[in-house]
Write a protein that binds this ligand. Structure first.
Ligand code: ZN
Ligand code: ZN
Length: 292
């Protein structure tokens, strides 16, 4: 699936228009009413295209799409807030259909398929679900003995509990957490039982460390790729699976990300910066099981 780049095809914007909202752009011409480049809708507010502003302290904001009020940190300069559920619903609802016939053992290739959906925004909490789903699909294709449909449903459920912005607000990027969720689901790890308590936490810590090495500000694509690089190596070491990675990862989303690091990102076209090498030390430490 490829996207023509027209934000009017975004599921969230379609919902908005169907609900009677008068958009600030001409949906047929693909430009704003003032003739402004539609790329703003990709980089900023998905309602009006204006730049986003953020607050260090959370406040009550009402979602422009569903009308519900949430405690949140970000809205556009025109006062539009879109809640996490509205932001990600379109991108996660068809994941299984998109990947069920895929045979790739490379989660980067699979994640790109999921991120190429028009409903997947340049940045957003949908990545907290899509990254883990890409891992699960590659794992199944590499011989992992899982029920892929059930695994994807569980990853989407758990990843959906992670709000947007956890990279900067919690110090815990959701793309990294998504890889921990994936490993927890396939190894049946829980808080009270299971022998892979260390492994699921190390999976996330390896990814977070790589994300910290490169630095910010946000980029869900960059952090997704960094998480996959670490998690493929770590999961292969823990489970004996044979997932693969491409020789080079080149991002084709940078023009949609206002905060792109460009040549300081390892995945920017032509960049010579290297992503941190995968860390597969300290694998599989046995854990003491807690009795009920
Ligand atoms: Zn707006
Ligand atoms: Zn909403």
């Amino acid at each position: 699936m490829s996207w023509d780049g027209n934000v009017a095809n975004s599921m969230a914007v379609r919902i908005l228009i169907d609900s009677g909202y008068k958009p600030l752009y001409d949906i047929d011409k693909g430009i704003t009413n003032e003739g402004v480049d539609m790329a703003g809708y990709l980089r900023g507010c998905i309602v009006c295209g204006a730049p986003l502003k953020e607050y260090p302290d959370a406040r009550e904001l009402t979602c422009e799409l569903c009308g519900k009020t949430f405690s949140a940190n970000m809205e556009c300069e025109n006062g539009h807030y879109v809640c996490d559920d509205c932001h990600r619903s379109g991108a996660v609802e068809s994941v299984y259909d998109l990947v069920k016939d895929c045979t790739s053992t490379d989660p980067v290739e699979i994640l790109n398929i999921l991120m190429d959906q028009p409903e997947t925004h340049a940045n957003g909490p949908e990545h907290h679900q899509l990254v883990g789903c890409a891992m699960a699909t590659a794992y199944a294709n590499a011989g992992g003995n899982i029920d892929l449909e059930k695994t994807i449903a569980e990853i989407i459920k758990r990843g959906g509990q992670l709000p947007g912005g956890t990279c900067g607000l919690w110090g815990t990027c959701g793309a990294a957490s998504s890889c921990g969720i994936f490993l927890s689901v396939v190894l049946s790890q829980t808080p009270l039982h299971g022998t892979h308590y260390s492994d699921v936490n190390r999976q996330v810590s390896r990814a977070l460390n790589a994300i910290a090495e490169i630095g910010g500000p946000r980029c869900c694509k960059r952090n997704g790729y960094l998480s996959l690089m670490q998690s493929v190596a770590y999961t292969n070491a823990v489970t004996g699976s044979h997932m693969t990675l491409p020789e080079h990862i080149t991002c084709h989303y940078s023009q949609n990300n206002k905060q792109c690091l460009h040549e300081n990102c390892p995945f920017f076209p032509g960049s010579v910066r290297l992503a941190p090498a995968a860390d597969v030390t300290q694998i599989g430490t046995p854990e003491v099981m807690f009795a009920e």
